[in-house]
Design a protein around this ligand. Sequence first.
Ligand SMILES: [Mg+2]
Ligand SMILES: [Zn+2]
Length: 506
Amino acid sequence: MTFSIVIPTIGRPSLTELLGSLAGCDGPWPEAIVLVDDRPHAVGSLLELDAVSGWPAEVLQIRRSGGHGPAAARNVGWQAVGSDWVVFLDDDVRVVSSWLRRLASDLADLEPDVAASAAEIRVPLPAGRRPTDWERNTAGLQTSTWITADMAYRRDVLRELHGFDERFRRAFREDADLGLRTVAAGYRIVPGRRCTDHPVRPAPWWMSLRLQRGNADDALMRALHGPSWHQRANAPVGRRSRHLLTTAAGLTALAAQLAHRRRIGALAAAGWAGATAEFAWARIAPGPRDRAEVTRMITTSAVIPPLAAWHWLRGLVVHRNAQPWRGARPGPIGAVLVDRDGTLVRDVPYNGEPERVEPMPGARAALDRLRAAGIKVAVITNQSGVARGWLTMPQVCAVNARVDELLGPFADWQVCPHAEDDGCPCRKPEPGMVLAAAKKLGVPVSRCVVVGDTGADVAAAQAAGAAGVLVPNAATRHQEIEAAPAVFARLDEAVDALLARRGVPS
Ligand SMILES: [Mg+2]
Ligand SMILES: [Zn+2]
């Protein structure tokens, strides 16, 4: 069982604390910790943070997701790793020193139909006084199911479900949506025994108004999962129908005033005032009742119902035709990773002689067209002849140098010298070389396309989260051609298709 940790972040100071508490953990270490920087690209780098720069680069990886929200950021993160499990942590949680150990025991020996393991979330509240509206709101995380503040998913299941639905742009409902799709696909989500603290963040006084945007996300949930999704996701329905009535009463009072219908106006105004007062009291009663909190509750209680109604109606319109999530539309291709033998050059088994290198027809021009389009081109090649003792590494390098001379320059070379029985993570169909090349080139693996002549090339691509394209030759097995998501007769035809993004899987 292997796992990685993915932390979407906007560089809040709490990230420093979280990394500090992770560093102090004992227990099995993750394959990788991926920080996904979701600030717009123009803003500085996470590497500027002291807390980040102290980590070795092979453990702590940084990706950017360009400010599309936590759902999209988590997708960038899990697609960057190759481990069996992906643990999502919010950047404002804190873990105790036993967390890694407990995580490992939570994930050990789970049945194959268990897709996810949720942590127990604790929200520490101030002692000695009653919690404010915002603190009670955050404390709601403790009783929510499926929240991604600390949630481990099987990577295979994330791939099957296309990850998080990126139409959820806020940290709201994207977790319940994935949970519902996971359960609908026949999997289980089980509670784990690890505990994670989610402190209450400081928030501006209008926070309760900002949260009303979540009503639009609820409209998307309704469009995707039907009106009964609340029960299935164990999410409270809240006061929306009352907000709609309150708003209707307020609007009726205004309209009656304009139409000089005094009696109806007075009746509607009384209804509005009564409902608003009831709402304000419902928020004041459990709180600290100091002057600041009471003033805040009274002001915002008058604004929340119409705001909630507005965002709900807006969401219903925007998402009226929402289709099930099938993954983000493919972005531009950033890199093409090409197999060497049988794809770039004619396959001469265990070739150690540079003079026997013969490019495939049209290869040179095709690769140059990719480079001219700003697409990085790299080579990923299995050379098990080294492990078998039939080739030396210097011979492989000499042949590679000749390939580079005839078809290069290549932005990166990944060579696996191991044999099938070595159990290495790099030999295709393992995803290691695809992930390594993507990392080296600084291209998200979802924007990489692997082109090769065998099923192992395509499988390595798919295992890494890249697209796979098959250019078979006489030696390619029929089953592999049938199973491939995209097949082209020649390398240059595959390149034409890639440049036009025709018939290429994402
Ligand atoms: Mg090959
Ligand atoms: Zn290897």
